[in-house]
Design a protein around this ligand. Structure first.
Ligand code: GAR
Length: 237
């Protein structure tokens, strides 16, 4: 029998706008109550998001972001996070910009997954098939998945982990998206695990620091500990 962690599981709130396959990968990975993390809530940017159905099926409380002022949105999100006692936020295909108050309150505890190798092919409007269309148009030979800490801009904060996915000559956006998504489903839970077990953190200079060897899964052992990133990207506007 495996021993559980000495601390309670970290309480994770997932934000999603789409079908929620990344949300599902987190529900699957963190279904063990003795695990390092537990999914305690879902914020969806629209009621029809497939992620909402998944939350219902798994008995995870869900709330839909209201349409209103940035201030109302921030209050709503912070209230939900407090109600669920959320400790970590994971953006899993969430298409709204996170209000500054929420970013500040969760700095170093809020992450996003993006279906390309940032800092390329990211930013406002770069989501879903648009990302893969841009990758194919540029003729790059590698795409991939990136998980990064969230700051006030779309797809910009310090990069935590990346994994490459080859582009094939016969790829169309859908085939490339499917191949990248498969990687996302492995990478995102792995990073959440690392965050929940304090193996990775954001330091005061905005660098990403890994305390030990990277990941437990073979394919993600890109093997180095220490801190990455020299510039505090939060200072850039
Ligand atoms: C994922 O590919 C995720 O990386 C992307 O949205 C998709 C959501 O799929 N996010 C972005 O493009 C953010 N810029 P899912 O709903 O099946 O998890």
């Amino acid at each position: 029998m495996s021993e559980g962690p000495s601390t309670d599981p970290r309480r994770v709130v997932v934000f999603a706008s789409g079908g929620g396959s990344n949300f599902q990968s987190l529900l699957d990975r963190f279904s063990d109550p003795a695990g390092s993390a537990r999914i305690v809530g879902l914020i969806a940017s629209r009621e029809t998001a497939g992620a909402v159905d998944r939350a219902q099926r798994f008995g995870v409380p869900a709330a839909v972001t209201p349409v209103g002022s940035a201030e109302e949105e921030a209050t709503f999100l912070l209230d939900a996070l407090e109600r669920w006692r959320g400790e970590l936020i994971v953006l899993a295909g969430y298409l709204r910009l996170i209000p500054e108050e929420v970013v500040k309150a969760f700095l170093g505890r809020i992450i996003n997954i993006h279906p390309a190798l940032l800092p390329s092919f990211g930013g406002k409007g770069m989501y879903g098939s648009r990302v893969h269309e841009a990758v194919l148009s540029a003729g790059v030979r590698l795409s991939g998945a990136t998980v990064h800490f969230v700051d006030e801009a779309y797809d910009r904060g310090p990069i935590i982990a990346q994994w490459p996915v080859p582009v094939r000559s016969d790829d169309v956006p859908q085939t490339l998206a499917a191949r990248v998504l498969e990687t996302e489903h492995a990478l995102l839970p792995t990073v959440v695990e690392a965050l929940a077990t304090d193996r990775v953190s954001l330091d005061a200079d905005g660098r990403v620091c890994w305390t030990e060897e990277w990941f437990e899964a073979d394919r993600f052992q890109v093997g180095d500990s220490g801190c990455f990133g020299l510039v505090d990207k939060r200072e850039q506007k």
